[in-house]
Design a protein around this ligand. Structure first.
Ligand code: SF4
Length: 359
């Protein structure tokens, strides 16, 4: 196959890619709308999350909050509950806050202007470029993980894709390739290529619509790209939590502060196990420290494991009975005694769902 220099044949590259996208793109619900709010919701959900998982959540979210005004008017608790299980809850909190800014300060219109949109809570370079180009056909090149992988292979780029210092060089390449007549379709077509053809493992180069332009393909070096900076092994944290029952058979649930990991979600009180401490003692100590209660009749329930992006947790879960004290919060923003059947109305972390059935 004749190899074409990509930068010299940029227009041929764009045409080949857009032609392929026009024929083979997946039918996804957010591709059937031109509503900027819905496109925005889909882009926020798609960050760090697989398309397959997003489809169901997107439809549930849009049914529950069909417009930016509906989202802005909803209590945060409802938004988190609808987002429950999708992870990275800061995305939901920021989207909710941003919807309120759009309604309160921008007349309920998603800004058709990159700079204004970029300033909204939670909107970064990627989502600003993606939403502005897809919803308004504005000429901004998006760069996400899929796009970086494609670029790294097309150009044999040595810059590690997981190093913040590489962002500029990937953005420059993406800007140079962008089809300024069809920026929205172009951005989506590169993302689609990365998702279905130029996959992390075993890219399907023989059916790739742009293989004629690809340096890695012609040098048979696809497996070497993209480059990654070595990262430290993921740390593992050991935690103990307690499901505390009062005399009415209710359990105590605490709400995390709104900022930070799992912000606004509800959980059972607990905390880290110190070195040399048993899980049971850690459970009792953490309950005393976090909610100021003493407990009795502590019995082991189960162990659950959960992996977040930068660390893993191993949680020993205990059941116990309230013994004494008034709830005083040291860490959580709220606490409630609830019947077990009421727990399903509260947004809970994935790790909690892993043992909920055992209660
Ligand atoms: Fe990716 Fe292969 Fe296409 Fe190159 S030819 S862009 S490595 S799928």
């Amino acid at each position: 196959m004749e190899k074409k220099q990509l930068i010299e044949h940029c227009q041929d590259f764009r045409e080949a890619l857009l032609d392929w996208f026009g024929r083979y793109q997946r039918d996804l619900p957010w591709r059937r709308t031109d509503d900027p709010y819905r496109i925005w919701v889909s882009e926020v959900m798609l960050q760090q999350t697989q398309v397959k998982k997003v489809v169901d959540y997107y439809e549930k979210f849009i049914n529950r909050f069909p417009s930016v005004r509906d989202l802005a008017a909803a209590p945060l608790q409802d938004v988190l509950k609808t987002w429950e299980g999708l992870g990275y809850y800061a995305r939901a909190r920021n989207l909710h806050k941003a919807a309120q800014v759009v309604v309160d300060e921008l007349n309920g219109e998603v800004p058709r202007d990159y700079a204004t949109f970029r300033k909204l809570p939670g909107v970064g370079d990627y989502s600003a470029a993606a939403v502005q180009s897809i919803a308004f056909n504005a000429p901004y090149a998006a760069v996400d993980g899929n796009i970086k992988r494609v670029l790294a292979r097309l150009f044999l780029m040595e810059a590690p894709i997981n190093d913040a210092k590489s962002a500029k060089v990937f953005q420059q390449k993406s800007d140079a390739l962008l089809d300024r007549n069809e920026p929205g379709l172009f951005n989506q077509s590169v993302m689609e290529l990365g998702a279905v053809i130029c996959r992390p493992q075993s890219p399907a180069c023989l059916v790739c619509p742009v293989n004629a332009f690809c340096e890695a393909f012609h040098a048979t070096r696809q497996a070497e790209f993209p480059k990654r900076r070595e990262t430290k092994p993921t740390p593992e944290h050991y935690l103990a939590v307690g499901v505390i029952y009062n005399k009415r058979g209710e359990v105590l649930l605490t709400q995390r502060q709104l900022d930070g990991l799992l912000g606004g979600l509800w959980e059972f009180p607990g905390g880290q196990i110190r070195e040399g401490e048993t899980a049971e003692n850690a459970c009792v100590r953490n309950i005393a420290e976090v909610v100021n209660l003493s407990v009795t009749n502590v019995r082991y329930l189960t162990r659950v494991r959960h992996a977040y992006t930068h660390f893993k947790i191993v949680v020993d879960v205990f059941q116990c009975d309230y013994a004494a004290g008034e709830v005083v919060l040291n860490g959580p923003r709220d606490a409630k005694w609830l019947a077990i059947s009421a727990l399903q109305d509260y947004p809970l972390p994935r790790a909690t769902h892993k043992f909920l059935e055992e209660l």
